[in-house]
Design a protein around this ligand. Structure first.
Ligand SMILES: [Fe+2]
Ligand SMILES: [Fe+2]
Length: 233
């Protein structure tokens, strides 16, 4: 690949711009984690559950963050996950319907849409199976113009995916049910594939670039999705 080709993504997005936006996303995630570390653990403390063993904040290179989800309970964690999936699923469905992608890019966005919708159905069934209430669909809102501009769409996708990954990674170990834990692990892996798929569409090189997927504390996830109309319920 020559220099000119290496700067052009499969959907014609300037790679340098994508890279800058990617780094902004990474900076946001870092800031969110550090902000939560300083002042955002109020949620965690409120929900802290004495039944759980104390856990270290870090294990090697990993920041665990699962203690921030303790005490919510499986149903509340799944319920919040369902709202995150609705946020993502509706986003990708709108992206497919907008007609701004074609060819392999459209196939990838469509595949991610189908995965998010499958996650919505799966979590809905999980809540129903557990006898827990299924929350009403949130009144979702997205930034103006995001469904008219492929670059803007992909930038937002590149923000959503790490939030979902961080939420599942953070909450997984707080789940009591091993069935739910296994389910969360499976969905988490699918979300990681989405992150890499979006990286490919943005021309990020290399698209698969992490040693460990970061987790996010609950408050960082809450803050990240609140502007789009999603609340933990
Ligand atoms: Fe999903
Ligand atoms: Fe996703």
């Amino acid at each position: 690949m020559n220099g000119a080709e290496s700067r052009t993504s499969p959907v014609g997005i300037d790679q340098e711009r994508s890279r800058r936006d990617f780094l902004k996303t990474a900076a946001w995630a870092t800031a969110a984690i550090s902000a939560a570390g300083i002042g955002g653990f109020g949620v965690a403390t409120r929900f802290a559950n004495a039944d759980h063993e104390p856990v270290p904040e870090t294990v090697g290179p990993l920041t665990i963050n699962y203690d921030t989800y303790l005490g919510l309970g499986d149903a509340a964690i799944l319920s919040f996950a369902l709202q995150l999936e609705r946020l993502e699923g509706t986003f990708y469905a709108n992206g497919v319907d907008a007609g701004i992608f074609s060819g392999p890019a459209l196939a990838q966005i469509t595949a991610i849409r189908d995965a998010e919708m499958a996650h919505v159905d799966f979590l809905t069934a999980g809540l129903q199976g557990a006898g827990a209430p299924v929350p009403p669909a949130p009144n979702l809102t997205y930034p103006p113009g995001v469904f008219q501009d492929p670059a803007a769409f992909l930038n937002l996708a590149a923000t959503f995916e790490p939030v979902g990954i961080g939420a599942y990674g953070g909450a997984a170990a707080a789940l009591e049910s091993k069935e739910f834990l296994a389910s969360a692990l499976s969905i988490h892996n699918a979300e990681c594939q989405h992150r890499v798929g979006i990286n490919i569409l943005q021309g990020v090189q290399p698209p698969n670039d992490l040693l460990f997927e970061p987790t996010l504390p609950l408050q960082a996830v809450v803050d990240a999705v609140a502007p789009f109309g999603v609340t933990p319920g």
